[in-house]
Design a protein around this ligand. Structure first.
Ligand code: 4AD
Ligand code: MG
Length: 504
């Protein structure tokens, strides 16, 4: 029996297998929070129900011991999961002594070193369940819409997204690279199958320690024959809507566990603004408002709010600390005030980060030079003005990949599209319409100093029945990070691989 199915067995006797996530003891009674991966269930053990031996076993349990426990399923709306188990037998399967992750706060580096155990915590469990829902939803969306799943190779002979981020390996004495993107193969597969999508690991050797970068991440790359950039945007939006709808439907409990306010997810079920690069630059620089909001002015207002709140917090913390120190409070009152102080200290840390960041965002927005690619802070500045993802398209061709088509009406612009997530998250999808002309591609490959012979097969796609085609890449971890509103992409994948982190 799994905890998630307990609702089918109310009033019956069942066996549960799982781990001790938490334990509280009273006189002659033990409350165990059991987790089995499908959910959480409070189990109550007393001598009356489980005998003296059963009670003694329960009392001896430590965090993360694995157990088999049997008893009566009783409905209790107040409990996590809605049911509790009145146990009549407890058996230890595997002991757990001195479990390294205690209930207290740990530093992030410690938790990352303990990732193999940290995955058992409630918050990580909820994130992984949401990740699973997103993966399922992506497959469902593409399968329901006539796309064929095909896999691109991981060992490749050519760069897709620039030569500076390649992981080189030894392929029987020849250099080979771990794939940065399955796109070029995706294009070949789309010419065979019409509409395909890939879903696989991709690799970028980026020595950057940002909250958005992984060295190994999962990418979903649809590619569609007879499709232009605008039809491509329709597919992106359809996929995004499908994902968000499923997460809101199926993961209410998980979103609650991680404390995700769902307002922006709900408004992300609307149509996404489609903004050209030119317009986006004007918005970033504060030359054009969005719904009456100006980028620079709203950042300045935000900074003023942050500074005012910092002063407020300091006064409140000092006040409560003094009252506790005065020594005439009851224990409950002290605990209440202490937890308020702790919460404010956490808020203070976040505000201090804003205090550091906002002036930098203002400076980089003011000084943004037309023609440049967007950096993380530019993406943050523009997306803060919207309550849904936005699609920025028609980029200066110099800053985009070699394979993009141009806007036929203004060839300075490449038909790339980036989807930027709101709440400061930035790019989660990159894609565009592909160059179909062989000669134009050859000159781009030369311009980017790429080895022509590695692209001969790719040029064949233009030689034999070339058609307009488009596609995009969704970064799974970037999507999970935004949907869960995580601070860092490292919590969005079971075992992150990034600059400075290969273990566990
Ligand atoms: O924008 P990118 O580099 O585009 C491509 O690779 C295209 N070939 C995709 C295509 O058109 N088929 O990467 C696509 C997405 C980004 O928007 C981002 O979400 C994710 O992949 N991504 C990363 N995620 C985590 N860590 C990194 N280092 C990432 N680099 C890209
Ligand atoms: Mg990109």
């Amino acid at each position: 029996m799994y905890i998630q199915d307990l609702h089918t067995t109310e009033g019956q006797k069942v066996n549960l297998n799982g781990w001790v996530a938490n334990k509280r003891e009273g006189k002659g009674i033990v409350f165990i929070i059991l987790r089995d991966g499908t959910g959480y269930c409070q189990c109550i053990v007393t001598a009356e129900s489980a005998g003296e031996d059963g009670l003694a076993t329960a009392q001896s349990l430590s965090l993360e011991s694995s157990i088999t426990i049997s008893g009566l399923v009783v409905k209790d709306e107040k409990q996590i999961g809605g049911f509790e188990l009145h146990a009549n037998a407890v058996q230890v399967v595997g002991k757990s002594e001195n479990y390294p992750i205690a209930k207290k706060e740990h530093g992030i580096e410690f938790l990352m070193d303990q990732r193999h155990l940290w995955l058992r915590s409630t918050r990580q469990w909820a994130i992984m369940k949401i990740r699973n829902t997103i993966i399922y939803s992506i497959h469902k969306y593409f399968q329901d819409n006539g796309f064929i799943l095909m896999d691109s190779p991981i060992f490749t002979g050519n760069a897709v997204e620039g030569t500076s981020t390649l992981f080189e390996t030894d392929f029987y004495g020849e250099p080979a690279y771990l794939s940065q993107s399955g796109q070029l193969y995706g294009e070949a597969m789309a010419m065979a199958m019409g509409r395909i999508y890939t879903f696989g690991p991709t690799f970028r050797a980026e020595k950057s320690k940002t909250r958005r970068h992984l060295s190994e991440f999962w990418m979903i790359e649809p590619e569609m024959a007879f499709c232009d950039i605008f039809q491509n945007m329709d597919v992106i939006e359809g996929m995004m809507h499908a994902i968000i709808t499923d997460v809101l439907d199926k993961c209410q409990k998980e979103l609650e566990i991680i404390g995700r306010d769902t307002t922006t997810l709900k408004s992300s079920l609307n149509k996404y603004p489609r903004i050209t690069y030119d317009e986006a630059v004007r918005i970033i620089k504060g030359e054009q408002d969005v719904n009456g909001q100006n980028s620079i002015k709203s950042l300045e207002d935000e900074l003023a709010r942050v500074l005012a709140r910092l002063i407020e917090i300091d006064a409140d913390v000092a006040d409560r600390t003094a009252k506790i120190a005065a020594g005439n409070m009851k224990k409950g009152e002290i605990n209440f005030n202490q937890s308020k102080i702790d919460a404010m200290k956490q808020e203070r840390a976040d505000l201090e980060e804003d205090e550091r960041n906002i002036p930098q965002w203002i400076a980089s927005a003011r000084n943004f030079e037309y023609g440049n690619d967007f950096g993380g802070s530019d993406e943050t500045v523009i997306t803060r003005l919207f309550d849904s993802p936005i699609m920025v398209y028609d980029w200066p061709h110099e800053v985009k990949a070699f394979y993009l088509n141009r806007n036929p009406e203004d060839t300075r612009f490449a038909r790339g599209v980036d989807v930027l997530a709101p709440e400061g998250y930035g790019e989660i999808v990159g894609g565009g319409e592909r160059e179909t002309d062989e000669a134009a591609l050859v000159s781009k490959i030369n311009e980017h100093k790429l080895p022509m012979e590695a692209f001969e097969w790719y040029l064949d796609l233009r030689r034999y029945g070339s058609v307009p085609h488009s596609g995009f890449g969704l970064g799974l971890e970037r999507m999970v990070t935004w949907v869960c509103k995580l601070k860092h992409v490292r919590e969005s994948i079971p075992f992150p691989r990034m600059y400075g982190r290969l273990k566990p």
